[in-house]
Design a protein around this ligand. Structure first.
Ligand code: ADP
Length: 350
């Protein structure tokens, strides 16, 4: 069954305020698309438009090639999991999982087997007769996922499904979700999160949202290595964003000439240079920057150095630091030209 999702110019407004502005986005069949962005950027609204809980002011939503814009939620073939589980407290686990099947009027004789299958997939078969209050948060979320899967959805909508769990449970559940995705290769998944680690770990592609708009969309690797906007660079992974001026053969930063790829940029225009902290080395090298150490943080596998270069703070994540530099020491940092991305530069006409 074709299961992709397509937003075609979808806008949503509440009381005259546009909270989703002309969203065009396609989730391929079997793809996991993360909607990543800060709180209030319109992610949940986009998901609710697919579910049918909000009606777009304009635009259309397609599931599996079918225009579902006017269909009620229960006819859309979607499974949905939200942050707060939303289990029925007075129903046992099996009855919770059966709920959607009954609402869909699935043949009665089929229901027990479908419930058992969904509980099996989520590792909850042994808990079928418990009440939600007799389960941990992580177990309740598994039941919520089982309930969403029981209807054999074409599309799975996950709205911050891990944010109510503590850090250790969260990473276990991330691995579980990745396994479920492998077991359900035909189901398209739209995954709303403000957590870049979840998006980078699970998603085939990430749609970056800010201020009601889609800012960027690409594979995690693309967005990380070649962000197209400052917003993406700072929201997907950590970044040094340095104000620079484009020169003939690179850029100028605090009086230093840096060699970076700046093919089409107009000399003299201002731009932002993005360099990931783990690609900044300590010591002499190409694109050397001199500055003073203002802070050193030990992070287990790396040391994070904060170095003041001119008026700017440059972050470097350094492995195998032989000697921790004292605060105030002058040091040299460097990075390879190909590890820098120039953002927002003016482009010469023609
Ligand atoms: P996100 O999921 O990115 O945090 P939402 O899609 O939930 O963002 O919300 C986007 C904006 O729409 C927010 O400013 C929010 O306050 C507003 N909003 C969401 N739901 C409603 C509603 N039912 N009525 C009015 N405003 C809403």
């Amino acid at each position: 069954m074709n299961s992709g999702i397509r937003f075609d110019g979808v806008s949503v407004a509440y009381g005259g305020t546009t909270v989703l502005d002309h969203l065009d986005l396609t989730v391929e069949p079997g793809e996991v698309m993360a909607l990543l962005g800060p709180s209030g950027s319109g992610k949940t609204t986009a998901l609710r438009a697919v579910a049918g809980f909000v009606r777009p002011a304009s635009g259309r939503v397609f599931i599996g090639g079918q225009d579902v814009t006017a269909l009620p939620p229960y006819k859309r073939g979607i499974g949905m999991v939200v942050q707060q589980y939303a289990l029925f407290p007075h129903l046992r686990v099996d009855a919770n999982v059966a709920f959607g099947l009954k609402a869909q009027k699935a043949p009665k004789a089929e229901i027990p087997a479908r419930v058992a299958e969904a509980l099996e997939m989520t590792g909850m078969a042994a808990y079928a007769r418990r009440y939600p209050r007799e389960l941990s948060g992580g177990q309740q979320q598994r039941v919520a996922i089982a309930r969403a899967l029981a209807i054999r959805p074409r599309v799975l909508l996950l709205d911050e499904p891990l944010s109510a769990l503590d850090a250790r449970l969260r990473s276990g559940m991330l691995a579980e979700l990745a396994r479920l995705h492998r077991e359900l290769p035909d189901v398209s998944i739209l995954y709303v999160t403000h957590d870049q680690v979840e998006a980078l770990t699970l998603a085939d592609r990430i749609a970056v949202m800010d201020k009601a708009r889609l800012q960027d969309c690409g594979t995690p690797q693309d967005l990380y290595r070649r962000p197209r906007t400052e917003f993406t660079a700072s929201f997907v992974g950590n970044a040094n964003l340095l104000p620079v001026t484009v020169a003939a053969d690179g850029v100028l930063f605090e009086g230093a000439e840096l060699k970076v790829p700046a093919a089409d940029a107009t000399p003299g225009s201002t731009a932002t240079l993005c360099v990931r902290p783990h690609l900044v080395g300590l010591g002499d090298g190409p694109n050397a920057l001199r500055g003073r150490v203002t802070e050193v943080q030990w992070r287990g596998s790396t040391h994070r150095l904060y170095v003041e270069v001119g008026g700017h703070r440059v972050k470097a994540d350094v492995r195998e630091l032989r000697e921790t530099p004292a605060l105030g020491t002058e040091v040299t940092l460097h990075f390879a030209p190909q590890d820098a991305v120039l953002l927002g530069a003016g482009v010469a006409d023609g």
